[in-house]
Ligand binder design. Sequence first.
Ligand SMILES: [Zn+2]
Length: 340
Amino acid sequence: MKAIILEQRGREGALYKECQTSDPAKGEALVRMEAVSLNRVDLYMRDNGAGITHTLPQIMGVDGIGRIEKINGSSSLDVGQRVIVYPYHYCGTCEHCLQGDQPLCLNAQILGEHCDGTFAQYITMPLQSLLPISEDCDAKKAACLGVAYLTAWRMVFTKAQASAGKTALIVGAGGGVACASVQLAKLAGCKVIATTTGPDKMEKTKNAGAGHVIDYAHEDVAKNVMQLTKGKGVDFAIDNVGETTWSSTIRAIKRGGKIVTCGATSGSNPSADLQRLFIRQLSIIGSTMGDLTEFARLINAFESGLLEPVIDSVYPLSESTKAFDRLEAPERFGKVVLTV
Ligand SMILES: [Zn+2]
């Protein structure tokens, strides 16, 4: 089979090449992939990978959708069935798994980070990490759900407790998770304020569901949010940008409000502004991925037509280098997808 194999760090280190198809072990299935999507973590693995236990060469890719080719063991799934990949090998027996919180699993291995990933014609996966998905859905859109949309789902619904009438600030709306957060906060009934830059991305952010879009390169974000909320600030903010935006985000939150983060693209050590934090009784909440219950809810919302992932561009698996370049392009808006 063909796969994108990371042999060494850097842009030239990820190669489209022939490799062995593995047989599914007991409790696993062999899945023929249809479509996969790129995430920032793939870039991190390609160029750095520090702090994540793994060995090269390794097949890249965290999420995707495919069809079951072979099953080893008993399962409610069938050969030929279309499935979406839940990107964790989780143990099912640790204290967090027993509480249904698989992202906190003490023995978790994430695809494309700790072990071989999804950028391949075939993958083997534990049956417990495969969820059925409708035959009718667009594989390219479904391939975006497993990381960006699941991460956004947990942040917006579970951590920020978004509901009708609340006001949300989504920072840097061009990114995959942030764009998904705009859509999901809107779906929850929130008034959505988002930041991005340039007329094209501002227009696309509005189309994704933002009522107001602030151009962060030319406008004062906190001041604008205060004007838009009559001096109160937003109920919650989602900020995965980190150091460059944190101080304006923290000034845009209302008393008792929340900031949720799942990433730090621009750096992970912003000023904490502790005085503002305790006087205004703000909560800072970390989040990563989502559990199987959240994933099932997300898939249901997608299949019901409540949610349509925003795709920036689509490339064949063999052109992953172009796809990675596009992921890094400043004008990119939404998800970059590879068809297999
Ligand atoms: Zn576990």
